[in-house]
Design a protein around this ligand. Sequence first.
Ligand code: GDP
Length: 446
Amino acid sequence: MIFDTIAAISSPLGTGAISVIRLTGKNVLQVIDDLFSNKNPEPKKMYYGWIKDKNEIIDEVTWVYHKGPKSYTGEDMLEIFGHGGILVTKKILNIILSKNIREALPGEFSKRAVMNKKMDLVKAEAINELIHANSEYALKAAANQMDGKLSEKIQILKKELFNIAARIEVEMDYPDDFEVDNFEFLNSLNAIKEELEYLYENADNGISAIEGIKMAIVGKPNAGKSTLLNALLRKDRAIVTDIPGTTRDTIEESLSIRGILIKSIDTAGIRKTDDIVEKIGVERSLKAIEESKLILFVLDNSTGIEDYDKEIYEKIKQFNKDIIIVINKSDIHNKDNFDIPWQNHDVVRISAATGNIKNLEDLIYNKLKNTVTTNEFTLTNERQKQAVKKAIDSVIKAIEGIELGLTNDAIMFDVRKAIEGLNELTGEDYTETLLDNIFGNFCVGK
Ligand code: GDP
């Protein structure tokens, strides 16, 4: 499919050595002729030229023509490399747009690549995740998916489902000549189910690597929660003061511990209160704890364990989460090393104020690393996971149908539904709305 011609600035808008402007669509050759008086450019060759607005010189550039379908989008494309100034780059884009060319929507280049079958949806999402990755594990998860092994596996599974569908169809058309071998079908369907279940069960690792793992920091006022969050972030984000209860609301911060993306929530108090504002804070904190995978329970070495700490512990233990007991202010030695009355938790001593938190970081890393480890077959978002779930459910129904001796029609229906699920995963069965939703999150020019 060849669509209308669109253009966008594909490099970040800022001052740099080079900026890139891209075009794709049916009128690219016309634009090249208009801009550079070249009617017959050789594909993939870098040309040198000038961008002019009427007779006024705008920039000295290089440019490359990519002839469809051998291009990122599968259509004719033009890439112009100009000097990387904000104003000059915008001017070049405006000159192009004045030639009846439309400005591209976010992700529209990649959307076209998918629509033109240059790549599947899984790969397009992987590219986007790669661009936005802000931790080592996220980068690994995205890069793993980009290599295409997952897409290959899905194609193989789909082919097997098609084979099953075809054989059922033959039997339906020629019931006297062919007999379906149920045993063989069950074997194939069970093997497909196992492969899909492996993908489904490991999806959470990919999602955690990309989206981050939630961790709540709880403790009484002044225990040092904000100071700890800052130490983990190594920047002054949360406001630290000596007045108890400064952290009125929850503060969510993204941080990376040894390459694992963590969404850390510094909670407001979780003590019962009559104050309306505080009450909202308490509710938010409880919700944050509920959503977290890990809780850091911060105690204050300078006060020892007080009733307030006990009250908090009683509250958080109800959530049945992994709790790390963090004894902060270990630089202040005015209390004997107190005993922790609560069993079965890891205990670490730190000093958030002096930045002595390495043992805590090590512990968090060791606890979480297995939950973000990915391979080439790891799904990386909820959409992919749900598409696979749909396929699994349908394969299970088909298996049950065969076991119950249902009609070929009924089994065929479920096999088709399973194929549909896999098509949704790879984007072969797309609707414009689905693609718009996905690509709306991409950068302009990608
Ligand atoms: P929050 O209410 O739990 O968030 O506590 P803050 O982070 O605001 O800290 C309360 C006070 O304790 C501040 O004065 C911090 O400077 C101090 N503090 C925090 N961590 C440490 C620490 O490791 N050692 C010492 N000596 N003081 C700390």
